[in-house]
Unconditional design. Structure first.
Length: 182
């Protein structure tokens, strides 16, 4: 897994359309259910994975643009170095967008919350997390944060085609960690 960066998110409780009592809230990488702290791309401070290199960069963007981080949870992400193409049924390498500096600083402490499968059809920022966005957590067993329990399970489900009819891929696997604000 490769350090991909940070995001601050406003986490929401399980929406009604996810018919799984196991799910308490949604820690997805995508912005569809639990929203990012801002429409951050327009500030051009993100890295080549379309995340942030450090929590301080998020705090700087918030301060510069009067964005409220109250209640926002800080997440740190690692990404598997291959993405899954459901049409070819194969894993292909990918890399961060080279025009953005990608120097991700590791958090001092982090707690692994689970693994998310995320679509990248446009090949820039995270698009959809089918476990939450398409309610696949109603059919696939997840943890209380609507995440998969292991990398191996995420990879297995992709290769079995469990995400194929949700959103167009390719799909990337992210390790989702909660981290402490500096």
């Amino acid at each position: 897994m490769i350090p991909a960066g940070y995001m601050a998110k406003h986490v929401v409780a399980r929406p009604d359309w996810i018919k799984s009592e196991r799910v308490n809230d949604v820690y997805s990488v995508s912005n569809c259910v639990s929203h990012d702290f801002a429409d951050y791309i327009n500030y051009w401070k993100h890295n080549g994975y379309w995340l942030f290199n450090s929590p301080e960069v998020i705090q700087e963007v918030a301060a510069e643009h009067s964005l409220d981080l109250t209640g926002a949870i800080l997440f740190f992400y690692e990404v598997y170095e291959f993405e899954y193409d459901e049409d070819e049924k194969s894993w292909m390498s990918f890399s961060p967008e080279p025009s953005f500096e990608t120097q991700v600083r590791q958090p001092g402490a982090k707690t692994l919350d689970g693994y998310d499968v995320v679509t990248f059809n446009v090949r820039t920022s995270p698009e959809c997390s089918p476990l939450s966005c398409n309610s696949l957590a109603s059919e696939i067993e997840t943890n209380g944060h609507c995440l998969l329990p292991s990398f191996a399970r995420a990879k297995e489900l992709l290769e079995e085609g469990k995400f194929a009819s949700s959103e167009p891929g390719p799909y990337r696997i992210f390790a989702v960690y909660s981290a402490q604000w500096p």
